[in-house]
Design a protein around this ligand. Structure first.
Ligand code: FAD
Length: 422
């Protein structure tokens, strides 16, 4: 294939497909290349489904270094560092801990909030304007707490973001149970709650696939089962890629390869500090059930989230630094079943575990908790990666921001916090 004005997008997850769609929609010649046999087969497959500007805080909050150290000795920690992963993480880990200071944490939280809230609006715009078979739940997010300290900390965070546009309600126990009646039996175990009405939810995998199909219908080329081996750079500018099927010339390459982004970028001479943070999910079929949860609930202490997605309930938790390992470990799914039981004991008691889809995926987590969106090193090389726990929330906003930067349009939000070479 000869280069012309072509852009190659590497990666068929949320980040790659949203960028691909946005470029094609603007009339650009774009080719998306994905190593797996379908779109959204990586971290975007069975994530929590939550679009949550209300959860913009990076996971390296001040004090995280101590938690990670303790987690080396605790099999049940919700954030856990595995000893074998330490050598590969050393450089990234030092940056992760260096960023866990109050001023940087606050800046990162605010930047994430701005992108996340913009992104939810962009997701809704795309669904309104274009012919995509997909809809979002409008239910908001309910956060419940077990300790006054955690509740007060979240209230402080919410109050800091209020001037930027975050809306929230403080709910007492009765109001929590009224918002989600299925919590009635256990509401005594929790304190008051916070409710964020502007959050949304939806199946990220279905969205990614629908968006990919729409981009294809608009003229984009989708190539599955093809792995990019290297990005070719000649005289300081991108010349194309080599894949396991041959060479493709292109003027621009967007790397949106999730947790694999650093590997590809490094071969083009660019360091992108992203590490895989493994998370788990359960997908439970609720068809035929009378007593169904209706609202997304986040149990703050356990970092456990349960989101209704139509006839299914998606439960997610855990961040494990254990390298690029997507295997499902039964000891870790036990953590999710245990916390499902604490929130919805009746549901957990009647569950047929053989019918539950247990899954693990790798969140591409940047060292400062903010994604990388923009130009990187050699001319024509762009990155859209490192969205961590917010890749669904931020997908459309990141894609629009990236496409604005690539096409010379004025971005609607400040791109500086997301610069790749920051
Ligand atoms: C358990 C869990 C729960 C989550 N819950 C939420 C949530 O509720 N809300 C939210 O906003 N976010 C959530 N996330 C985060 C979100 O899912 C991720 O941030 C997002 O999916 C990342 O998308 P991505 O496109 O960057 O990566 P991926 O989806 O992993 O896509 C990268 C793609 O690149 C491909 N690729 C890699 N290397 C190559 C190569 N050399 N050649 C070709 N293709 C390649 C891979 O095969 C993969 O398909 C969750 C994540 C997990 C794991």
């Amino acid at each position: 294939m000869t280069g012309g004005d072509r852009t190659i997008v590497v990666g068929g997850g949320l980040a790659g497909v949203a960028a691909f769609y946005e470029l094609v929609r603007r009339g650009r010649e774009a080719v998306l290349i994905e190593a797996r046999s379908s779109l959204a087969g990586g971290a975007s497959f069975a994530n929590g489904g939550m679009l949550t500007p209300s959860l913009p805080a990076p996971w390296n909050s001040p004090g995280v270094g101590g938690h990670l150290f303790q987690s080396l000795f605790s099999a049940s920690a919700s954030i856990r560092l595995r000893p074998h992963a330490i050598p590969a993480l050393s450089r990234w880990g030092l940056q992760f801990i260096r960023n866990a200071v109050p001023a940087r944490f606050r800046r990162a939280t605010q930047a994430n909030y701005m992108l996340a809230s913009y992104s939810v609006a962009q997701t809704e715009r795309v669904l309104c304007e274009d012919d995509i078979r997909f809809s979002l739940n409008g239910g908001g997010t309910l956060k419940v707490f077990r300790t006054p300290a955690a509740f007060e900390a979240q209230k402080r965070l919410a109050a800091q973001l209020e001037p930027l546009g975050l809306r929230y309600d403080v709910l007492d126990r009765e109001a929590v149970a009224a918002k989600e009646p299925q919590l009635n039996d256990v509401s005594g175990n929790y304190l008051d709650g916070l409710y964020f009405p502007d959050d949304r939810a939806g199946d990220a995998c279905a969205f990614t696939r629908a968006l990919g199909e729409r981009a294809r219908a608009l003229g984009g080329a989708l190539r599955l089962d093809e792995k990019i081996l290297r990005i070719n750079v000649e005289n300081g500018r991108v010349a194309g890629v080599d894949t396991d099927r041959g060479r493709i010339e292109a003027r621009r390459v967007v790397v949106a390869a999730g947790a694999a982004t650093p590997r590809l970028a490094r071969r083009a001479g660019v360091r992108v500090p992203i590490a895989p943070a493994k998370g788990y999910s359960l997908t439970i079929d609720m068809a035929g059930w009378n007593a169904r949860p209706a609202t997304t609930v986040v149990d703050e202490a356990a970092r456990f989230c349960a989101t209704p997605l139509g006839d299914r309930l998606r439960c997610v938790a855990i961040a494990e630094f254990t390298g690029e390992d997507e295997r499902v470990d039964p000891a870790r799914t036990a953590y999710l079943y245990d916390h499902l039981d604490r929130l919805y004991p009746a549901l957990a008691a009647s569950l047929d575990r053989d019918k539950v889809l247990e899954w693990a995926g790798l969140r591409p987590m940047s060292a400062d908790g903010v994604p990388f969106i923009g130009a990187a090193g050699p001319e024509g090389l762009w990155i859209n990666a490192g969205h961590g726990h917010l890749g669904w929330t931020m997908a459309m906003g990141s894609a629009v921001l990236l496409a604005d930067l690539m096409t010379g349009a004025a971005p609607a939000i400040d791109p500086r916090p997301f610069e790749v070479l920051r």
